[in-house]
Design a binder for this molecule. Sequence first.
Ligand code: AMP
Ligand code: ZN
Length: 492
Amino acid sequence: MTRYQDNTLYIYNSLSGKKEVFTPINPGKVGMYVCGPTVYNYVHLGNCRTFISFDLAFRYLKHLGYQVRYVRNITDVGHMVDDADEGEDKIAKKARLEQIEPMEVAQKYTIYFHNILKQLNNLPPSIEPTATGHIIEQIKIIQDIIDNGYGYEVNGSVYFDIESFRKNHDYGILSGRNVDDMMSNTRNLDGQSDKKNPLDFALWKKAEPQHIMRWPSPWGDGFPGWHLECTAMSTKYLGKHFDIHGGGMDLKFPHHECEIAQSEAACNEVPVNYWMHANMLTLNGKKMSKSTGNNILPEELFSGNNDILSKAYSPSVVRFFILQAHYRSILDFSDEAISAAEKGYERLFESLDILDNLEATASSTFDIQAWTNKCYDAMNDDFNSPILIANLFEAVKFINAYKEGKAGLTPSDLDAFKQTIKAFVFDVLGLSEVTGCENDNETLDNVMQILINLRNEARANKDFQLSDQIRNQLAKLGIEIKDGKDGTTYSL
Ligand code: AMP
Ligand code: ZN
């Protein structure tokens, strides 16, 4: 028996609004697609929360013995500044502002994203395709949608025809939105849009002469609409019909609704069995967001370099803080909240050290099997990590009592207990022992203070050659010196 045969996993399906028993299409195998980042800026902690939520699902499915193909894309074209069809492409805009190639923007922030997720101990997905690498597949899907009567071309752009689609399909099925209400709330400004209906969305956009990101197509030079890439890449790597599709709650509409419509229009199949949506991380009660600036970067947490932080926090503590909330609950970030999580994290890891040195006793005073079942029950209940963590703390209490001679386990129970607790802490939750990062940060701060003082002395002595040399050499190492009214600071 594999673990997945012993366990009934329930997943909350956003499509039905209910927890449903998870049954994969192909026994023993799971296909999971998660919308990846738009790589035009540094990923913030909110983005990381969503990726950690799906990393937890990926890890648990693997732990249950499933063979999981996890596809998470990189959006490097097509995502417009206002999330709708108009305006500038986010990557192209950043390229214009930074005066570099769009692909340099994508490369820079993809590398950053990988580096941060690695520190947060996220497992890499099985396939990480890019939107720009799948233009041919996207053109093919557009052609199929047009051929099936659900898309139309106007002046070199192609739009999805909502009116035609809803004659025999349900648009709004995922988000529960009513098309008629949406229509009455949206006006088509005469002559300002090529769309037949304001709810229609772009499958392909004509590239204006100044637009750098462009590809030839049957409708002329242009670029794909944002929603299309995920349909193209999920279909290519997981098939027309696959098990799980995930993303942040904010992607439910229009992005995922449009994905469903595109798949049904092109392939005549319902694409996904289980839609999972992770809830938002907030800061000051508002959604963390790249565009509003209401966010904190993981790097700032790791270094402590942000005024709202009292200290640095290790990546594993950050991960623990995130997993202490269920992925479908809103989580508000604050220094107090993460500091409290750190204390719990330390207690957990101290008890694991104690556990390693415990000697078996003649009889057991703890029902290991019942406790193990509770851990699985928590994860089987829609990946409920906070309940799992509560069970781990029950184990911490037991370990402390054991150390004081007030509890014990037989040799076989002790072995089973060690294996289970470690499997849940390391394999399923993906936590790891703190690696002295705090000390490293403190050392770096002290070294940087010495260099900043030397540079200030050089400037006071008008030795600008030396002060520039210090700044430039640090810049080569990726350390930026900033002179402000409150003195000189540095950032990585
Ligand atoms: P983006 O790079 O904007 O396309 O977002 C990447 C992922 O992060 C998407 O799944 C978003 O839904 C998710 N996301 C964005 N903001 C937040 C937030 N504040 N909390 C949790 N997830 C978020
Ligand atoms: Zn997507």
